[in-house]
Design a protein around this ligand. Structure first.
Ligand SMILES: [Zn+2]
Length: 331
């Protein structure tokens, strides 16, 4: 893979001060023969210190990241920081503009497109530029997710258990500093091609979040995103002050595959327990009804382990293979 990118940036990431610009990704199409996608990016650099890259809109229907990062970019000034903050409010910009999880241009899930390809589709070219030109500058990366249109989460900051114990510890400390009510040691269901592992493979701290969902936001989840970003900037010394800790923060993990309940029926899902409910193995979590056979009894889905329900399907119309629930355990 060549490290030269077809993507160009209108700002110099080595330059001090606050710079608003965009990445230009070639996108020749029927409506624009020599066209491009313009993806906004902001660099704020001043003094000496660590470099944080903060992204939102990796999935286009998750809104805490884009909203909190646009506010941060307008508020933060180079004279008040030590280091650099590179802000990408809408990493999958075409998906954000379409209100969709994946890009409407190439159907690609940005978080499966890494490390990208200079000759690939629009999503792949974005991933390649980020991998080659932005991540090497970073000391730490925060990628803000929430549940999108189909999932709902108990607000949480997440890190991965890595082979590198020191990097795992630093990521855990950063995730705790974010200050969400839950800090989760996350096990990915499908880990290939993620921004997460691309950053971690470079030996850099990576923190992600799941802050709600349903394709919308609440005042609480937005406040959590804004406070969490500020906490991490303070944690890494980019801004002065101390992180504001979360009272009663819960450290959780996913010890086995029984944590995840996957659907094996097509029908209407009725959730039987709320997020944050304490669960005992055998508890009914939800049931699926069959609108074409009203006389048929619903199929009940039960927990295979004890724990706390921290994520569930937000959509009601489900099919085999859909995610229904995540039951995590205290660490
Ligand atoms: Zn996401």
């Amino acid at each position: 893979m060549s490290s030269d990118s077809k993507v160009t940036a209108t700002i110099d990431f080595s330059s001090d001060g606050k710079h608003w610009g965009h990445l230009s990704i070639p996108h020749s199409r029927n409506a624009s023969a020599w066209g491009a996608v313009h993806l906004p990016v902001i660099s704020i650099r001043g003094g000496q210190g660590q470099v944080m890259v903060i992204t939102g809109g990796n999935h286009g229907d998750e809104y805490e990241g884009p909203i909190a990062l646009m506010k941060l970019a307008r508020e933060l000034e180079a004279g008040t920081i030590n280091g650099q903050v590179i802000i990408i409010p809408a990493l999958n910009f075409p998906a954000v503009m379409a209100g969709a999880r994946v890009s409407p241009i190439d159907g690609v899930n940005m978080n499966r497109a890494f490390p990208g390809d200079r000759n690939g589709s629009v999503s792949s070219m974005i991933a390649h530029f980020v991998t080659e030109k932005i991540l090497p500058r970073a000391d730490a990366v925060l990628d803000i997710h929430s549940g999108g249109k189909t999932l709902m989460f108990s607000p949480q900051a997440c890190y991965h258990k890595l082979d590198d114990a020191d990097l795992t510890l630093r990521a855990m400390q950063a995730a705790m500093a974010f200050g969400a009510p839950i800090t989760l040691e996350l096990v990915e269901l499908d880990a290939g091609g993620m921004l997460d592992s691309t950053v971690e493979d470079m030996g850099k701290v990576f923190v992600t979040t799941e802050l709600g969902g349903g394709g919308t936001t609440t005042p609480e989840t937005i406040a959590m995103a804004e406070r969490g970003i500020r906490n991490l900037l303070a944690h890494f010394g980019v801004t002065s002050g101390k992180p504001v800790p979360c009272q009663d923060q819960r450290m959780m993990h996913m010890p086995d595959t029984d944590c995840v309940i996957i659907c094996d029926d097509a029908g209407i899902y009725e959730a039987l327990v709320n997020l944050n409910a304490t669960i005992t193995a055998g508890d009914a979590i939800g049931q699926i009804h069959f609108p074409e056979k009203p006389e048929r009894a619903p199929v009940v889905y039960r927990a295979a382990r004890d724990g706390v329900l921290i994520a569930r399907s937000h959509k009601a119309l489900v099919e085999p293979g859909d995610f229904l629930a995540l039951i995590a355990a205290d660490r």
